[in-house]
Design a protein around this ligand. Structure first.
Ligand code: HEC
Ligand code: HEC
Ligand code: HEC
Ligand code: HEC
Length: 129
């Protein structure tokens, strides 16, 4: 009896843990606290749509000796974990520049290839609500 209860508990725990790993939020709202006097509203980002077509490591990185060793349990999932607003840090790239270079850079690349792509104009991403 005891072991059976334990077994069921373990099962529930495993399902729960697996669930939290799989259940990345589909849509996230990007609004970094680091921007204290923000000029634009935050940006809605469909995470799921992106990682269905793009590898995690093409967006997330954690460079050690030039190699990208990022994993989602590293606690470095937010761009502001490394990129400061001024960019006066080891990344050399300010937080806004980091977002823009990655998001807009890729959208433009897909546009050049004539493939379906995401927004490029300011007001399309920064939507006033
Ligand atoms: C592909 C989407 C995208 C486009 C297009 C885009 N941005 Fe952004 N921008 C972002 C994201 C994402 C952030 C980070 C937002 C955050 O963390 O709050 C950001 C941050 C910013 C910030 C810093 C935060 C603030 O409000 O002070 C400014 C300013 C900004 N963008 C202005 C612009 C302007 C001006 C344009 C057009 C030239 C533009 N953006 C185009 C996605 C975009
Ligand atoms: C197109 C770029 C892109 C791809 C691909 C991508 N991510 Fe993200 N991810 C982001 C951005 C941008 C954020 C928000 C960062 C911020 O707010 O500073 C984020 C946030 C996160 C977060 C923290 C927020 C949350 O929802 O828990 C986790 C964890 C994460 N990503 C894991 C992953 C994993 C795992 C994959 C691959 C299956 C992946 N990401 C693919 C860009 C991407
Ligand atoms: C663990 C720290 C860390 C995190 C988290 C991080 N970056 Fe970076 N990022 C760096 C470093 C360091 C560089 C400089 C790499 C170099 O000079 O070779 C960099 C460079 C970049 C570059 C220049 C091109 C490249 O890949 O080298 C872009 C664009 C960028 N980051 C965007 C982002 C975005 C967007 C996020 C959030 C999804 C993010 N970064 C999260 C540390 C980080
Ligand atoms: C490596 C390439 C890549 C990166 C990086 C990237 N995108 Fe996209 N994005 C795409 C592609 C491709 C599509 C079109 C997908 C489709 O329609 O099939 C898209 C579509 C979108 C759309 C419209 C679809 C929707 O409803 O969400 C938005 C908004 C968007 N991206 C925002 C962002 C933001 C914000 C970032 C940065 C945080 C970002 N993207 C980073 C490739 C990228």
């Amino acid at each position: 009896m005891q072991s059976r209860v334990l077994f069921v508990c373990c099962l529930v725990l495993i399902v729960f843990i697996a669930g939290t790993i799989v259940a990345q939020e589909d849509r996230i709202f990007i609004e970094s606290k680091a921007f204290e006097d923000r000029q634009r509203p935050g940006v809605e980002f469909n995470h799921l749509l992106h990682y269905e077509i793009i590898d995690c490591m093409d967006c997330h990185h954690d460079y050690v000796n030039g190699e990208n060793v990022w994993d989602m349990f590293s606690g470095k999932n937010y761009c502001s974990d490394c990129h400061t607003v001024s960019g006066d840090d080891e990344t050399g790239l300010g937080l806004m520049q980091a977002f823009h270079e990655q998001c807009i850079g890729c959208h433009q690349e897909f546009h050049r290839r004539g493939q379906p792509t995401g927004y490029i104009m300011c007001g399309e991403c920064h939507v006033r609500r």
